[in-house]
Design a protein around this ligand. Structure first.
Ligand code: GDP
Ligand code: CA
Length: 324
């Protein structure tokens, strides 16, 4: 015991500071794994492009998915809380209102809290810190910005739609032919975001939807430039065999002409990556040498064990990743 303490004191604790960019499900599962790896000091910068006002409430779906997943309490459907009853929603179903955006009762409390605190003058960063703490999440969780930044997509049938009209209202079935981030020109990175990007050992871009979840974070002024100047930037592809495990990532990569393959993931990050981890099922898809270096592994995270295994691979890779 004493010997171990003395050795640690002499050698110093081997801490690795990682900053992860995340949307909802894919990024959240990796975040949970990274937080469980010994010696990792984790900051998660989360997409707020999906945020909206629903039933008068300020919802931040990706922030909540990250917090719930890191707490091991995420809902089986990829949003909301596990074992959450829907009493309030059933009552809403009897009223003349579009109730397609489902919020479980416990999840409703999260959204009531956020709405109340924002109206009281708190920033989204403060609200997020309070929620993470209430759910026992020790990592630092930061919204990309405290200012309004809203993703909108254009579809052939209806023109420009808010993200939630497209994603939940129309079940992300439409072809996306354009995308924009309203407010991006005027928003500022949330407090701590630029520091977390500049002062970490490696930036990790999680296996989130590159266009719908990561681009809104990169649209915050200063964020992409800071990532481009970092020595170690490791991306993880959300594609398995060229297809998203869940959601429309492959469809949107295709319809915007980026390509639903490894080359498409690389070009969607436009020179930011030093290393890219892809699933071994995409081995035939490996593109020529240079940067980013491509690494193959099993990127599926079906459970906590899978998340920790992938996270350990990411941590090992992060220590050798270097911009050339
Ligand atoms: P959303 O905001 O909830 O839509 O979630 P994200 O954008 O963070 O993540 C969606 C992406 O996560 C999809 O493209 C999935 O393919 C990817 N994803 C989900 N689970 C896994 C996994 O276990 N491994 C990998 N590599 N990708 C995953
Ligand atoms: Ca999302």
């Amino acid at each position: 015991m004493w010997a171990a303490t003395i050795v640690t004191a002499i050698l110093g604790e081997a801490t690795v500071r990682l900053t992860l960019l995340s949307g909802g499900v894919g990024g959240a599962k990796l975040a949970r794994g990274l937080a469980a790896v010994n010696g990792v000091e984790l900051t998660v910068i989360v997409n707020v492009g999906d945020d909206d006002r629903i039933y008068g409430l300020s919802v931040s779906p990706d922030i909540d998915t990250v917090i719930y997943t890191m707490a091991g309490r995420e809902g089986p459907q990829g949003w909301g809380l596990a074992e959450d009853p829907f009493v309030a929603m059933k009552a809403l179903d009897a009223l003349p209102i579009d109730a397609s955006f489902r919020i479980g009762d416990g999840d409703l409390a999260t959204n009531l809290f956020r709405t109340d605190r924002l109206l009281a003058g708190w920033s989204l960063t403060w609200v997020t810190t309070a929620l993470a703490s209430a759910f026992g999440v020790a990592a630092t969780i930061l919204p990309a910005t405290d200012d309004p930044l809203r993703t909108e997509v254009r579809i052939p049938e209806a023109g420009w739609l808010s993200f939630q009209e497209y994603f939940v209202g129309r079940s992300h079935a439409d072809e996306v032919i354009d995308i924009r981030f309203r407010g991006a020109g005027f928003c500022r990175p949330a407090p701590g975001v630029m520091e977390a990007l500049a002062n970490c050992d490696a930036i990790i871009i999680g296996p989130s939807n590159p266009i719908l979840s990561i681009w809104p974070i990169l649209a915050v002024p200063g964020v992409a430039d800071t990532i481009a100047s970092h020595q170690s930037v490791v991306g993880i592809s959300p594609l398995i065999g060229g297809t998203a495990l869940k959601g429309p990532a492959h469809k949107v990569l295709q319809s915007l002409g980026v390509g639903s393959n490894t080359a498409g993931i690389i070009s969607s990050y436009d020179g930011l990556l030093t290393d890219l981890l892809i699933d071994q099922s995409d081995v035939d898809d490996v593109v020529g040498g240079g940067q980013p270096r491509i690494h193959l592994t099993d990127t599926r995270m079906p459970d906590l064990e899978g998340s920790v295994k992938l996270a350990q691979t990411v941590v090992n890779l992060a220590s050798s990743a270097r911009r050339t």
